[in-house]
Design a binder for this molecule. Structure first.
Ligand code: C2E
Ligand code: MG
Ligand code: MG
Length: 645
């Protein structure tokens, strides 16, 4: 039964009960009051009769005179007795009860003046009036059922009033109940809405989405149709939130919600699952429709956002799962859409359809995440070193330090797979410290063997957030007795561009320390030249994607040439990474590239192999960079062909 109906019933019931009780009490009070009035009236009549008797009849009462008095004063059905001395005359409408005279004497003797008694088999109220000596007196009794006309009128009025009050009360109760129940329904509705919607965007939340998903599933099973579930999150939202504040982040999320809503049909469902994660349920939609919708959402989100006067760009990665192709229950579909979203992220595409072939990846990813923290302390991490050749001196001038995870069951895991996970779970700082510590310890050992070189260590974008890192690096260098110039830190171009001011500050502090700095994977991060000018760094590393095909692709060749010229004009050195053959090496030489790194020279090697490689290749330190970090370009020195290791 609905709450409002229950409330209505309860209020009506209580009102009726209250009215019944009230009626009964009122009736009782009324009856008592009538009885009292009647007794008083009777006493009054008795007094009048006595007065009249005493005034007119001095002698003993005679029956005809008493009958006259009875007629004049006695109420219908009453009994009148008048006495004087021993003589008593009784008049009644009916037979006179035997022994009455004696009872009168007893009552008079007791001094009582009114009361009730049974006469002729019926209840009577009586009143008595007597002279002070008791020598003469009057007794008047009437049956109790004799109704008081005033009381009858009152009772009728009470009844009518009661009915009216009842009628009014029921109506008031009904109206009140209706009002209260409406308020309750509204409150209930608000609570229901709150429980099923997201407070920030007003969109359905995960619970409601799951509910709708269950309904769509039921419908889809009844009449076989397909539907799609899209899961998306915003790239870089955490940074936006951290940099511009939560208020800004909230406003952005609302706008994102509005834009996604504008990209879907009316019967599609959009939900915010939490944070920057949204989901869209597309009933009656197949593969084509889902892809079309994802394209539309991407297009809407690509437009620049304008929040509180700030213009910002963001994009979403969308994962798509289809029913029944990718799963026939809600949990599976959600999980698969999540995997697809991750696949989109990794591939750098705006959206991806769930690909079962790549799904083991997600299980593997979860596993790696679970075991990553312990891996460092369990001694499962190791470092490889990839030599770098100085093209001018022909000497091995340094090596890049590349971390690997030797997983007891999965084998060697590449950093490209676990570094993003470490960043995501906040485990990158301890890992970086371990890499620095181990690399510097190794460098110290090599230096003792006479192998002098510059080791290049990669720093993640997250490391730039750690303000204490320069001091930590300084103390590590000190502890391992390594001069700062023997350490180079590589930061990817995209990491620098995330938070340019912080990056500039960090690079400045490392620069002051005397540590060398390189911009890694240059050409992939869309940095503007104006920004580049403001950063202090020593080396640009051209990304291997340009180097790999530069001999076959004139565009790549042009980019490599332009980067080399740009770096030299900015006063720094250039390293080409990913050199895989001698043609590329020769071409880089022609273009005046300073250093090379790649499989052609040597793949990354384990520490012992690397030490052997350096000794075998007649290692000697290349010209160290200038103390001011500027490039050292003594062009035209010997350019020995490197040897393949
Ligand atoms: P990166 O810093 O650009 O490192 C160069 C990557 O190119 C290495 O991959 C290396 O093995 C690979 N490479 C070298 N020569 C060639 C070549 O001739 N051809 C091709 N195709 N590839 C070549 P790796 O070791 O898998 O590292 C991948 C990325 O992981 C690194 O890119 C770096 O960004 C990151 N990484 C590695 N170690 C660390 C680390 O200790 N800390 C951080 N934060 N990132 C690291
Ligand atoms: Mg690197
Ligand atoms: Mg690189």
């Amino acid at each position: 039964m609905r709450l409002s109906t229950q409330l209505l019933g309860a209020i009506t019931g209580i009102t009726l009960l209250a009215l019944l009780v009230f009626g009964a009490v009122a009736y009782w009070i009324m009856t008592e009051a009538g009885e009292k009035r009647r007794a008083e009236l009777l006493a009054h009549l008795a007094g009048d009769i006595l007065a009249e008797f005493l005034a007119r009849d001095a002698a003993a009462p005679d029956s005809s005179r008493v009958a006259a008095l009875h007629r004049k004063h006695g109420p219908p059905g009453s009994l009148l007795a008048v006495w004087r001395g021993e003589a008593v005359a009784v008049v009644a409408d009916g037979p006179v009860p035997p022994g009455l005279s004696r009872r009168l004497r007893v009552l008079a003797g007791e001094g009582r003046r009114r009361g009730r008694l049974r006469l002729r088999g019926a209840d009577h109220r009586w009143a008595m009036a007597a002279t002070p000596s008791g020598e003469a007196g009057v007794f008047l009794a009437e049956p109790r059922r004799g109704t008081d006309p005033d009381a009858a009128t009152l009772r009728t009025r009470l009844l009518v009033t009661g009915v009216v009050i009842l009628w009014l009360a029921v109506w008031v109760a009904l109206i009140l109940a209706a009002l209260i129940s409406r308020r309750l329904e509204e409150k209930n509705e608000a609570l229901r809405h709150q429980a099923l919607h997201d407070g920030l965007t007003g969109l359905p939340n995960r619970t409601l989405l799951l509910d709708r998903l269950a309904q769509v599933l039921l419908a889809a099973r009844r009449r076989p149709v397909s539907f799609a579930l899209l899961l998306m999150d915003l790239d870089r939202f955490k940074e936006i939130n951290d940099t511009l504040g939560h208020h800004f982040g909230d406003l952005l999320l609302r706008e994102v919600g509005r834009r996604i809503q504008a990209s879907i049909r009316e019967n599609d469902s959009l939900a915010r699952l939490g944070g920057d994660e949204f989901a869209v349920l597309l009933p009656d939609t197949g593969r084509e429709g889902a892809l079309l919708c994802a394209t539309r959402i991407t297009r809407h989100l690509q437009r620049r956002f304008s929040v509180e006067g700030l213009h910002i760009e963001t994009r979403a990665s969308i994962g798509i799962a289809l029913y029944p192709e990718h799963g026939d229950d809600g949990v599976t579909l959600l999980q698969r859409a999540d995997v697809a979203m991750y696949q989109a992220k990794r591939s750098g595409n705006d959206f991806a359809l769930y690909d079962p072939g790549r799904d083991s990846h997600s299980v593997r990813r979860l596993r790696l995440m679970g075991e990553l923290r312990e891996a460092v302390s369990a001694g499962q991490m190791l470092l490889h070193y990839q030599p770098m050749l100085d093209l001018r001196s022909g000497a091995v001038s340094g090596a890049e330090v590349l971390v690997r995870w030797r997983h007891p069951e999965l084998g060697l895991v590449a950093p490209g797979e676990f570094i993003p996970l470490a960043e995501q779970m906040g485990a990158i700082h301890p890992l970086t410290l371990w890499v620095l510590e181990t690399a510097l310890a190794r460098l110290r050992a090599w230096r003792r063997e006479g192998i002098e070189m510059v080791l290049s260590v990669n720093l993640s974008a997250h490391c730039l957030q750690d303000a204490s890192l320069p001091a930590t690096v300084e103390s590590l260098l000190h502890r391992h007795e390594i001069p700062p110039g023997a350490l180079q830190l590589e930061i990817t171009e995209s990491a620098l561009m995330h938070d340019l001011d912080r990056a500039r500050d960090m690079l400045g502090r490392f620069h002051t320390l005397g540590v060398h700095l390189a911009i890694d994977d240059f050409g992939t991060g869309f940095s503007s030249l104006a920004y580049l000018r403001r950063l202090s760094f020593d080396e640009l590393k051209i990304d291997k994607s340009f180097v790999r095909d530069m001999c076959s692709d004139p565009n790549d060749a042009s980019i490599v040439r332009a980067v080399i010229d740009l770096a030299h004009n900015l006063g720094c050195r250039v390293v080409a990474e990913g050199v895989e053959d001698d043609r590329t090496l020769a071409r880089l030489r022609e273009l005046d590239c300073d250093r090379v790194q790649g499989f052609y020279l040597s793949p990354p090697l384990a520490a012992d192999d690397a030490g052997r490689w350096f000794r075998d290749h007649g290692h000697r330190a290349a010209d160290p960079p200038d103390d001011d970090g500027g490039a050292r370009r003594d062009r035209g020195t010997d350019r020995d062909q490197p040897r393949r290791s």
